[in-house]
Design a binder for this molecule. Structure first.
Ligand code: ADP
Length: 503
């Protein structure tokens, strides 16, 4: 290496080092800003909650468990749950579902009283429950780790909680035997947990909850420790148990199949925010956004890039789907609605900033502000130009307006694999242009059907195809979509442009 080359290398090394240092500094700075923001949000929420607790709380009439604007910020200032709202009727089986870390357990634990509620109101059986001790909530909890006492028999494990509450001995015996009968574990009552299988242990854990005779069952991933076969079996047993006991149940799982098969209503969450609440059927057929569409159903809903025009959805070069007036109307209503919502939020931000500016001025002038809202407006408008949320809202408004006015714009076309049908068998073809040509990249045979992975305009599309068909990888295949069952999502927000509306 020449001297010059050496110098060059050295300079490069130095530059990389400097760069890394600068990046680190930048990261530290943004973390500091974020931490400050989190702290402000936390303090504001605490102040608001304190104020709100001064007023008398009245429970909603026909709701058994009511969660109103529930927020959770942990001591490390991580916000785990944002503005959670749900009214649960008696005897419902509610499932909270979503990926790990989305805030399901936190919400459940707030209902159980094992976590403080940072903001919002909780009612259980018409009583304001935010401040109630867990033992006063009439709830029974079942956890993933069944945590049985190893030195006690099954009977003693089930009786223990009642003994602690000084329940009469005969009553304990009656309840334990009754629960054991329901769970078909009578013959194991004298065994210690180490002589039980995982499924039997989980049954004992359920038994401990049943003997409490609680009005509400809270279950946190109770089947996650069991093997796949046992999980399927216990799933239906828990549903049967719910049907016979009739206790209002909230069940937490990350498994969408459990949610679909067990729930009367599903609450699907992502990153602390509720994405959709509805019956399994509604959630499956009318997903509120691309997150729900992809999370529920296996294989996931196909979501492909498309172009919206007022006459058709163009699916690249390989197909187009005619649309009627109803779709155009839904489309326009959606974008107008989004524009209105964004403007309403901008107005809210402006109002907050005005109030903040006037409050600041009042602090300076012995509690009385000398300014009018008009006087602080230039300052507020300047602040809004810097505000991240405002910038995003304005950008979205511009985009939504373009979507309304343009001849065509990008859109996401969603179709479930079972609605991608091989032409040979289909009665769905209304005219030849409905047929879509695709190339089979791989066919996974599951016994009664294939998951056919298709290359469709360079995007992956999965169809469920009858196993009677003989498929070769690489062959061309003609498919048709069941057009009664597709969804359209906005390209930027991922929201369903034709959301399901409860009648
Ligand atoms: P899920 O049940 O959906 O897996 P959790 O409710 O357990 O999610 O967690 C939601 C978020 O809160 C996660 O980001 C998690 O790291 C955070 N979290 C949970 N418990 C605590 C805690 N005790 N302290 C701080 N952060 C927590």
């Amino acid at each position: 290496m020449t001297k010059e080359e050496k110098e060059l290398k050295k300079a490069e090394r130095l530059a990389t080092k400097e760069n890394a240092k600068a990046k680190e500094k930048e990261l530290e700075e943004s973390e500091r800003v974020l931490a400050k923001k989190r702290e402000v949000v936390y303090q504001e929420m605490i102040a608001k909650q304190k104020e709100s607790l001064k007023h008398e709380k009245i429970a909603p009439k026909d709701s058994y468990i009511s969660l109103q604007h529930i927020n959770k910020i942990y001591p490390n200032r991580v916000q785990a749950v944002y503005d959670f709202n749900l009214e649960i009727k008696q005897k419902e089986f509610i499932v909270f579902v979503g990926p790990s870390g989305c805030g399901k357990s936190t919400t459940l634990r707030m209902i159980a009283g094992l976590e403080d509620i940072t903001g919002g109101d909780l009612f259980i059986d018409h009583e304001f429950a935010n401040e109630l001790e867990p033992k006063d909530r009439d709830v029974a909890m079942v956890f993933q780790s069944y945590a049985l006492y190893p030195h006690m028999t099954v009977y003693e494990n089930m009786a223990f909680g009642l003994q602690m509450r000084h329940v009469d001995k005969d009553e304990i015996d009656r309840r334990v035997r009754h629960a054991a009968e329901i769970l078909q574990i009578t013959e194991y009552l004298d065994r210690k947990p180490k002589a039980l299988s995982g499924g039997q242990c989980q049954r004992v854990a359920l038994g401990r909850a049943i003997v409490k005779d609680a009005k509400v069952f809270l279950m946190d991933e109770p089947l996650s420790n069991l093997d796949a076969k046992l999980r399927v079996q216990m799933r239906s047993e828990i549903v049967k148990l719910h049907n016979s006991l009739g206790a209002t149940t909230i069940y937490v799982t990350h498994d969408q199949i459990e949610a679909m098969t067990m729930a009367t209503r599903i609450v699907i969450m992502s990153k602390g925010v509720v994405q959709q609440i509805g019956s399994p059927r509604i959630i499956y057929n009318h997903p509120a956004n691309t997150f729900v569409a992809s999370f529920i159903g296996s294989p996931a809903m196909n979501i492909v890039n498309a172009t919206y025009t007022k006459k058709a959805i163009q699916l690249g070069e390989k197909g187009s789907i005619k649309i009627g007036k109803d779709v155009v109307e839904a489309h326009d209503k959606f974008y107008k609605g989004e524009i209105e919502k964004a403007h309403a939020r901008l107005a809210e931000i402006k109002e907050l900033l005005v109030k903040f500016a006037l409050d600041e001025d009042a602090k300076k002038h012995k509690g009385e502000t000398t300014l009018t809202p008009e006087a602080v407006m230039p300052q507020v408008e300047a602040e809004m130009l810097q505000d991240e949320e405002t910038i995003k809202l304005n950008k979205n408004i511009k985009y939504f307006e373009e979507c309304l006015a343009a001849e065509s714009h990008k859109i996401l076309f969603g179709i479930r694999p079972e609605d991608v049908v091989e032409v040979g068998k289909s009665s769905l073809i209304k005219n030849p242009s409905d047929v879509i040509k695709a190339t089979l990249t791989i066919a996974e045979l599951l016994g009664n059907e294939y998951y056919a992975h298709l290359d469709f305009n360079g995007q992956d599309l999965i169809g469920k195809v009858d196993a009677e068909l003989l498929l070769d990888n690489g062959q061309d295949i003609n498919v048709v979509f069941n057009l009664d069952k597709y969804s359209l999502f906005d390209d930027v927000t991922g929201k369903n442009i034709n959301p399901y509306v409860e009648k």
